[in-house]
Design a protein around this ligand. Structure first.
Ligand code: NPG
Length: 370
């Protein structure tokens, strides 16, 4: 398909409630929406780089620069045979996975629409609805956290993830477990600990957690192997896994037993599928689940499609639109049913319509390339 036009939009939407992690507090979400036009068809994608480089080195500003100066020129005005062709043209750019994934996801949507199939179908999805969970930011007290958990459980969510940080960990997780002995519960440290904290992390072994996510450094694979040997709770890696080769290294070293897949972190759906397949084919099978970056409905649609693949056997950080925003920028918005399930869109491409007027209202910067 000949790529005739590409548009970038930096949006800023307030979150319905502040979201605190071990690396900071988010009160609004800033991402880049990528729009690709070709032969009368429009593809939409979302680049999940955030305003500050606290989760990843990428930011909305660096991603804009990489997209405008190094990625878009490889495909604009060109005849692109398929998504792999576009990826090959951009392969010289090292890293900047979120920028790459923003463009790649718009192309997946474009090619799926051109073929008249849903993105889930094109990616190899096998489910028409997916099990979803909710990720709860750090609260001021264990009691407040228990209240938040109760409220999300009443909305249907069947899996709860709580953020932890040194000093706000075991006591918080224990309070939730005590109140809800049987729920699927996991914790996320976002790299806030070191090997010296092994006793604190081991203290969570009796809480029957699904997993503990990214306890050690954001770029470590080696020390996580040492930690996993000291813990019964499965370690899940997030920040450390940028490629299928990272995933292979982590599995060979036994650094984790579960992997969180975020297309933005690994450069797109194509690399996500490779990691999914590697984990599915591993003996024993390594479960994967879909992470979240507080996406708008555009990115969320892609996440839901990817999470419909067979080895996504744990509920993802994919919640209803209203958990994040007062109004989303897609129609229909994403909802969770009483069983904690979310429907996978079946219409062509991402399967939801972009609400152009609402997108326009939250756009803070826009540039068109022809
Ligand atoms: O539901 O999208 C969501 C949020 C899931 O907890 C979540 N994301 O480290 O995985 C993470 C975390 C995050 C939050 C990452 C903010 C980056 C910024």
């Amino acid at each position: 398909m000949k790529i005739e036009k590409i548009e970038l939009r930096h949006f800023n939407m307030p979150l319905v409630a502040p979201f605190e992690t071990s690396f900071g507090v988010e009160t609004e979400e800033e991402h880049i929406i990528v729009r690709v036009d070709s032969e009368g068809i429009t593809g939409w994608g979302e680049c999940v780089a955030m305003a500050s480089p606290f989760y990843s080195y990428e930011t909305t500003q660096t991603a804009w620069h990489i997209l405008r100066d190094f990625l878009i020129p490889n495909v604009l005005g060109q005849n692109i045979a398929n998504v792999d062709d576009a990826i090959a043209r951009c392969a010289r750019v090292r890293g900047h996975n979120m920028a790459k994934a923003g463009l790649e996801s718009a192309l997946w949507d474009l090619f799926a629409k051109a073929r008249g199939v849903s993105l889930a179908q094109m990616l190899g999805g096998t489910r028409d609805k997916i099990a979803v969970g909710v990720s709860i930011g750090i609260q001021t007290s264990p009691g407040k956290l228990v209240e938040r958990v109760a409220s999300y459980l009443s909305e249907g969510y069947k899996r709860i993830k709580i953020k932890i940080a040194p000093g706000r960990d075991v006591e918080f997780a224990r309070a939730v477990r005590k109140e809800f002995p049987n729920i699927l519960l996991q914790v996320d440290a976002n790299s806030a600990y070191t090997l010296a904290d092994v006793d604190v992390l081991r203290a969570m072994d009796d809480l029957n957690l699904l997993l503990i996510e990214q306890p050690l450094s954001h770029d470590d694979i080696f020390d996580h192997a040492k930690l996993q040997r000291a813990l019964q709770t499965p370690i899940c890696l997030d920040e450390s896994i940028h490629t299928v080769d990272d995933a292979r290294a982590a599995l060979e070293l036994n650094s984790c037993k579960i992997i969180n897949i975020k297309p933005g972190r690994v450069g797109g759906f194509t690399e996500s599928k490779k990691i999914h397949d590697l984990c599915a084919d591993h003996a024993p099978r390594v479960p994967v689940w879909h992470g979240g970056m507080l996406e708008s409905g555009i990115g969320r649609a892609g996440n839901v499609a990817l999470a419909s693949l067979p080895n996504f056997t744990l509920p993802g950080d994919i919640s209803a639109s209203k958990r994040y925003f007062k109004v989303d920028i897609v129609d229909p918005e994403f909802v969770v049913d009483a069983d904690g399930m979310m429907a996978v869109p079946t219409k062509p491409g991402i399967g939801v319509a972009v609400a152009l007027d609402r997108l326009e209202r939250v756009t803070v910067r826009r540039e068109e390339f022809e």
